[in-house]
Design a protein around this ligand. Sequence first.
Ligand SMILES: [Ca+2]
Ligand SMILES: [Ca+2]
Ligand SMILES: [Ca+2]
Ligand SMILES: [Ca+2]
Length: 302
Amino acid sequence: MQRGLWMAALAVAAMAAGARAQEIELEERLQSEASVTVELGRSPSRAGFAIDIAGGMPFSHALLSLEVEGLPAVQHLVGLDENGAKRILERNHTFEHDVTVRCTLNTPNGRVTRSALVPAASTTIQPPATLLGPGDIVITEVMKDPSFVTDANGEWFEIRNQTNHAIDLEGWVLSDAGTNLHTIHGPNGVIVPPRSYFVLGINSNPATNGGITVGYKYSSFALGNGADEIRISDPLGNLIDVVAYDDGIFWPDDAGKSISLDRALVDPLANDDGTNWCSALAAISSFNTDFGTPRVANNICP
Ligand SMILES: [Ca+2]
Ligand SMILES: [Ca+2]
Ligand SMILES: [Ca+2]
Ligand SMILES: [Ca+2]
């Protein structure tokens, strides 16, 4: 072989070896980057976490398996983006146990499984600086039986934030003694400003609910015209307030008039007693002839 050709062959071989080394390095890098990590987040009243998947094939799928010892695994198929990655955000972390997150993903170098741990919410949530407790939110008015519009369009109830700080109702739960159950969720939380009234209703459209400004629209929750309950619990399950009204024995029971807690008795225990409530005394507006005071202080009861 001529010297020139020999050198050229060596050069090609070296290039091939270099390319192969680069390839291996890339594969190792991609494989070593295959990962699932968990990051915890906090707000005053709740915990959140993010699961970050990385290092998969672009636009492939990863199998995410959530595992608690002794329980069947819950599996989700997750689509990865153009970088072979995906971030899954959970802002309402309520896991009661540590959860192992196992993620199987296809990488350029084959199938890889990585795992990480989401600690139980109870160990994640720090007691907020301003502890919420019974009495911080008080139920003050209940429109259980509107006449101006149908019940399905016009039921609402009012609460008051008794504290000097805003309260985020995200993750709070509305329930009754029966099957009504609703977890409050808003895209940016559901903020009740300090020392103010706030209305939750079945319908937030003023055009069909009698012109009421509803701060939060719930579902799977109804206000019976007979006896019923409104229970409000925080995300940790602490009961913050409950009102259990009867069918007109101790409690006001006038169709088209909200039942209204005496303005001087805004208190989580005082509002348990139907005799501290009365039917609202005046029309909601010139438009809506039902009686009530949504979002403003109630009357003193006669
Ligand atoms: Ca009703
Ligand atoms: Ca109910
Ligand atoms: Ca109460
Ligand atoms: Ca009111």
